[in-house]
Design a protein around this ligand. Structure first.
Ligand SMILES: [Zn+2]
Length: 341
């Protein structure tokens, strides 16, 4: 197959163009096989030289070999170039600009009610109270009967109970914990029971789930004066040293005598504002001396032992501390609001 010098030049130019056009190493390997491989255009050309007369054959072979060497060198250089480009691209892709501003990370934090609960537990621990817990799904017997609230007692109506099944309720207060804790044990006792409670109340001022903390102290000489002392210390720890308390005579089935407990509004310092309905006082909870029947129900001799109990909403404390006007806002899943607490 005679090959003129012009054809050889064209072949070389085409091969160079193909090698130069390869955009990555894989494409280059393929282009190289097409022109320099065993079945490539150059090899085909070399094999065709056998048909030439001997004197032309040597000259033509020399020329083709020279072209092949130049193309090999060109392909090698192109490969190096492509490999460098690939490394540069990788570096560029992974480049870190240390002068860019950072991306702020959102750290989670404890909910305002959780913080209030922990603070309350720490405070009472300093007075020697232990922390007791009970189940949120509770026996009706512990939630009511053992607390001196029999079936036909009107107090059951005010509790708007969620029934899980007959005889089992979502606890409406943390008071059943006192039954569980006192039964089968011998006084003196000193403990608090914090936790969530549930009442079926759909009004916007209430939440169907809220948190209470109750406290109990039983010994041979506990008095109402001790109760007041503990509550004053607690309120002033929580809401400030100038906090005032008001005890209003009341009725609860499980305490006798009983009192409702108000604290002086922290927001208006007693002058009257929207949060305290212009009264200067905010209802907080109830307290009293534990009813002898309740002690009896726990197997404790009321002739020898007496004690006091108190209970209040934890949200009220959290609302006062963070100036939140409605309990529902505490349980909204709104991160903008929660971050302000
Ligand atoms: Zn007020």
């Amino acid at each position: 197959m005679p090959e003129g010098a012009a054809d050889l030049d064209r072949l070389e130019a085409e091969a160079r163009a193909a090698l130069a056009a390869a955009r990555d190493v894989q494409a280059l390997v393929e282009a190289r096989a097409r022109c320099l491989g065993r079945k490539g255009s150059i090899s085909t050309l070399l094999r065709g030289l056998g048909a030439l007369p001997p004197d032309e054959r040597a000259r033509a072979g020399e020329a083709v070999n020279a072209v092949r060497d130049r193309l090999e060198a060109f392909a090698d250089a192109r490969r190096t170039e492509l490999e460098q480009e690939s490394v540069s691209r990788d570096l560029e892709r992974g480049r870190i600009d240390v002068t860019l501003p950072g991306v702020p990370s959102h750290a989670g934090r404890l909910h305002a009610v959780t913080r209030a609960e922990r603070d309350i537990c720490t405070f009472f621990a300093s007075l020697g109270f232990s922390v007791e817990e009970g189940p949120e799904v509770e026996l009706e017997r512990y939630n009511f009967d053992a607390l001196n609230i029999p079936d036909d007692h009107p107090a059951r109506d005010s509790h708007d109970t969620f029934y899980v099944r007959p005889g089992v309720v979502l606890r409406t207060h943390t008071s059943p914990v006192q039954i569980r804790t006192m039964t089968g044990r011998t006084p003196p006792f000193r403990f608090i029971a914090p936790g969530r409670v549930y009442r079926h109340d759909a009004s916007p001022r209430h939440s169907p789930m809220f948190s209470q903390v109750e406290g109990f102290l039983v010994d041979e000489r506990a008095t109402f004066a001790d109760l007041k002392g503990v509550l004053y210390a607690f309120a002033r720890h929580l809401l400030g040293p100038a906090t005032r308390l008001r005890f209003r005579a009341s009725f609860f089935p499980f305490t006798e005598p009983s009192a409702e407990l108000d604290f002086g509004c922290v927001l208006c310092e007693g002058r009257g504002c929207a949060t305290c309905s212009r009264t200067g006082w905010i209802e907080w909870g109830g307290c009293g001396m534990i009813h002898p029947k309740v002690l009896e129900n726990c197997g404790i001799d009321p002739e020898r032992w007496q004690g006091f109990a108190f209970g209040m909403g934890m949200e009220r404390a959290a609302m006062m501390r963070h100036n939140v006007p409605q309990i529902r806002l505490l349980y909204e899943p709104d991160v903008r609001l929660l971050e302000q607490l």
